[in-house]
Design a protein around this ligand. Structure first.
Ligand SMILES: Cc1cc2nc3c(=O)[nH]c(=O)nc-3n(C[C@H](O)[C@H](O)[C@H](O)COP(=O)(O)OP(=O)(O)OC[C@H]3O[C@@H](n4cnc5c(N)ncnc54)[C@H](O)[C@@H]3O)c2cc1C
Length: 395
């Protein structure tokens, strides 16, 4: 046993594994060879099953009907869901604890609870042409006009916008007065059917997902002031909890993907005979398998420990750095593993029907989104220079 898990966490692990293996995985190739799409009835079945199993409620507070599961249990679940290609696990909208902290009662009622109940779907419009890693460079403006804001700008890579009916939209606020509230960044709920939204481009990406990542222009889109998340002047501190969670869950999914890849490669290596021997007997192949499982173990321990730190209520700034370390290491580990596993499969590893080939393409973006590897390194280095090794890892 690699890490001590509670009986409840092990039960969630079994449930998530069965959902991944029995419900989602059989449809991966259909999605791969159909631009990521599944027949509508299959998609509905996936979504309903995910809802019934409670996955969208894992991080929601008990007071709103959520499950408020320990972070380690949530990691265990996302690790299993990460074993599936083609983003088939994105069949549900998961609500997160930070949303209940950042939003007021009315916003929770109109946006967050319907997400939790599978009735509304969200997307995140943060990145711009000139503002990716450095989101202080965001140029979209929300200009206050009476009880509304008029929002203008351009957003790139708006994941799942083709399925969403509202956006979390980040803009710089212009309150029109000299009270100091202007120039701050704020997040808004923006309904996708608002006038003034135009899709400029819908690029193709390395993976084959039914969720697209289009580019949009926003021209004087009218959004009620009541849709602003947080009071004027309150800032956007909640984005730190958001990043912690997203980075941790990326790490979890990367561990799951690497686990499946290593299983597939081990089985193939034992059955594939070349020059009279299974290739698993060749030490160059063994080295690739050994390095892969060793690195996966390290990444998994880091990811589990970063989650357990949150469950133990440790210092948030330190947890933030540990989530960055988990994301950095696990995403780079999973990319190395995918590369080796394609190699072990030889020509068969280059076929899109092989999960190794799909993961090889899909895992690449985990080194880019929610903060690139370089940005994670900057966060980690800053923390190290401030705390020292003892402060970082107690050594
Ligand atoms: C498939 C996909 C889906 C996405 N989904 C969303 C979404 O739903 N919503 C959303 O808002 N965004 C989304 N993004 C955007 C994503 O978060 C950004 O691509 C990412 O933050 C990097 O920004 P950038 O692409 O502008 O790269 P840049 O910021 O231009 O960086 C280019 C290169 O420079 C490096 N770099 C930048 N700053 C430094 C520095 N200080 N030191 C050293 N190196 C540096 C980067 O690491 C990178 O290698 C998505 C992106 C992709 C590819």
């Amino acid at each position: 046993m690699a890490y001590p898990l509670s009986d409840a966490a092990l039960q969630w692990q079994r449930t998530a594994r069965a959902f991944a293996d029995e419900v989602l995985m059989p449809h991966e190739e259909t999605a791969e060879f159909n631009d990521g799409e599944l027949p509508a009835a299959v998609y509905v079945h996936h979504k309903q099953t995910a809802m019934e199993l409670g996955f969208p409620l894992m991080d929601a507070p008990l007071s709103y009907g959520g499950l408020a599961l320990p972070m380690l249990t949530q990691v265990v679940v996302w690790e299993q869901l990460g074993r599936v290609t083609n983003a088939l696990s994105w069949c549900m909208s998961e609500v997160h604890a930070w949303m209940f902290e950042a939003c007021n009662a009315d916003q929770i009622e109109r946006y967050i609870l319907p997400m939790m109940q599978g009735q509304r779907r969200e997307c995140y419009a943060i990145t711009e042409a000139e503002a990716g890693s450095d989101n202080t460079a965001i140029a979209s403006v929300a200009r206050r006009v009476g009880d509304d804001y008029l929002i203008s700008g351009e957003k790139w890579f708006v994941t799942s916008a083709n399925k969403a009916d509202f956006l979390f939209f980040q803009a710089v606020v212009d309150e029109g007065g000299g009270d100091g509230a202007s120039g701050q960044h704020a997040l808004f709920f923006m309904d996708k059917d608002s006038a003034g939204i135009e899709m400029l481009d819908n690029p193709l990406f390395g993976h084959t997902y039914s969720s697209h990542h289009p580019t949009y222009a926003f021209r004087d889109v009218r959004v009620a002031a009541a849709n602003r998340i947080g009071a004027p002047g309150a800032g956007m501190d909640f984005t730190r909890s958001w990043f912690r969670r997203e980075r941790l869950m990326i790490a979890a999914r990367c561990c799951g993907a690497a686990g499946r890849l290593i299983d597939l490669a081990s089985a193939f290596a034992q059955s594939r005979v070349v020059s009279g021997h299974p290739i698993s007997q060749y030490q160059l192949i063994q080295a690739m398998l050994a390095d892969s499982i060793t690195e996966l173990w390290a990444a998994r321990l880091m990811t589990y420990e970063a989650a357990a730190m949150q469950d133990r209520g440790e210092d948030l700034a330190l947890i933030h750095t540990h989530c960055s370390m988990a994301k950095l290491y696990a995403s780079e580990m999973a990319n190395r593993v995918a590369d080796r596993v394609v190699q072990i499969f030889g020509g068969r590893g280059y076929m899109r029907s092989n999960p190794a080939q799909r993961f090889f393409r899909e895992l690449r973006v985990d080194r880019i989104w929610e903060g690139t590897s370089e940005i994670q390194r900057l966060i980690i280095a800053r923390s190290l220079l401030k705390r020292g090794v003892v402060g970082m890892i107690g050594l």
